[in-house]
Design a protein. Structure first.
Length: 158
């Protein structure tokens, strides 16, 4: 069977099996050694670590009752694809590129960015947000504002 590289959404249809698979894959990831896949005919193939990691993520999400969309991504992305991956508009992403926040190529008229650069940028932004939140929490604690609870519920005045 040949599978085409199209986006596909998977729904959690077998909760008991998914929970068992989730536990199994968690145990497999903690063990050293090679993970294998065995067919009904007895054929065995070694699974690369990235496939095991992907299976763990899919099994975890499905066992939590969430749908999972699997979509192939090229190693280079258009500005639209990169913007969607980052959860921003294409014009905002283009401004980031023009501001030198990320390198890009222009093989023709259109910009292309490397997937690894987009993923690294996403992690950098997440870490930046987490550091900012930690700093706000620290300032609030220093000013004794963190545990301040109003004696009465706040009411909206119209």
């Amino acid at each position: 069977m040949t599978e085409t590289l199209n986006e596909r959404t998977l729904l959690p249809e077998h909760p008991d099996q998914l929970e068992a698979l989730r536990r199994f894959l968690d145990d497999v990831s903690k063990a050293d050694g090679v993970t294998v896949l065995r067919s009904a005919e007895g054929e065995v193939v070694d699974l690369p670590t990235e496939v095991v990691a992907g299976l763990r993520l899919v099994a975890f999400a499905l066992s939590e009752g969430k749908a999972v969309t699997v979509a192939p991504l090229h190693t280079t992305l258009t500005t639209q694809e990169a913007a969607e991956l980052l959860g921003m508009s294409r014009p905002t992403f283009v401004k980031l590129l023009d501001g030198g926040e990320m390198s890009f190529t222009r093989p023709g008229r259109h910009r292309r960015v490397r997937l690894t650069d987009v993923l690294a940028f996403r992690e950098y932004r997440r870490a930046e947000r987490a550091a900012g939140l930690s700093e706000l929490t620290r300032i609030s604690e220093d000013l004794d504002l963190y545990d301040d609870v109003p004696s009465e519920p706040l009411r909206r005045h119209d």
